[in-house]
Ligand binder design. Sequence first.
Ligand code: NAP
Length: 335
Amino acid sequence: MTVRIGVIGTGMIGRDHTRRIAQVLAGAEITALSDYSTDAARKVQQDLVPAARVHDSGEDLIAAADVDAVLVCSTGATHEPYVLAAIAAGKPCFCEKPLATTAEGALRIVQAEVAHGSRLVQVGFMRRYDAGYRMLKRVVDNDIGTPLMVHAAHRNPTVPDSYGTPMAIHDTLIHEIDVLRWLLDDDYVSAQVVFPRRSSHAHAGLRDPQVVLLETAKGVRIDVEVFVNCRYGYDIQCQIVGEEGLANLPEPMTITLRKQAHLQNEILMDWKDRFIDSYDVELADFIKAAAQGTAAGPSSWDGYVAAITSDACVQAQDSGQIVPITLPDRPALYR
Ligand code: NAP
């Protein structure tokens, strides 16, 4: 079966996912596009998928008879209504992060999916599909004994002036929030944020860097440095310390160059290059499950937990206090 996919939101990531499905992956075709700006959708249609129809609204696209599954790639605040509409239509839905901009909104999606009775939603936490993180997970599960501590870092060379202090949580840390929970098979119980000396490269409204301290239900202590003006590159680090050993996330593969008395490895500058392969794998997983009328990978529940944890971290940024994180019981659908 060829899964007929409609894409809502044809900005940066929507265009890229459209290209991926049209040109790289098997088993699916793009039959519909929609964007707040119809011109933007038409441009993607002309450039990549001339046979696709451009719809006036995301709701029309979801209802269309030639759409079996939906990709929600519009701005974050619009995700919740589109995902709810896809669930109401019984159509598998891949939703870029965040699942919703509030924990209450994410919970409404969880409740709608539970009422539907089977999984329909995959959240775009692509790091779970990265080859390096998958290797790390195998080692954590099998080789280093009980995990005790995690030291991680998420560094960007620079950010625009529109990037404020809470975005370090909602847009940046959110990937660590999900992937560390998955690596450790654990849940968070508290969050704290501390601010080291401020970088002079941070714009006036931004506190950068910051260190997020998380504690898990099993007692693992996690520190994540978020530093979005580090200048030198896009650099993702993750080290897990266990009772029997220590495991590091592998560095991206690069040529080691010996030249003019120096030994050099390139460092990537753009996050899109760092995780490009994992976007392919996550969407291949979505297509495979959608062909069966269901969804796999990061779930609505994972999106909900990420939203609750993000809110606690932002509260911790503001208060300087240790903020408790409490989750309701996990519905059977997500166990
Ligand atoms: P973007 O370039 O701004 O694209 C978003 C598009 O959605 C824009 O064309 C926007 O139109 C359109 N839009 C806004 N409201 C809409 C609505 N109600 N219905 C349909 N379309 C609407 O943003 P982006 O960088 O692609 O990000 C989109 C989403 O993907 C965000 O949630 C972001 O967090 C997520 N994302 C995830 C990753 C990842 O690593 N997983 C990476 C990048 C982005 P206008 O410009 O006219 O408002």
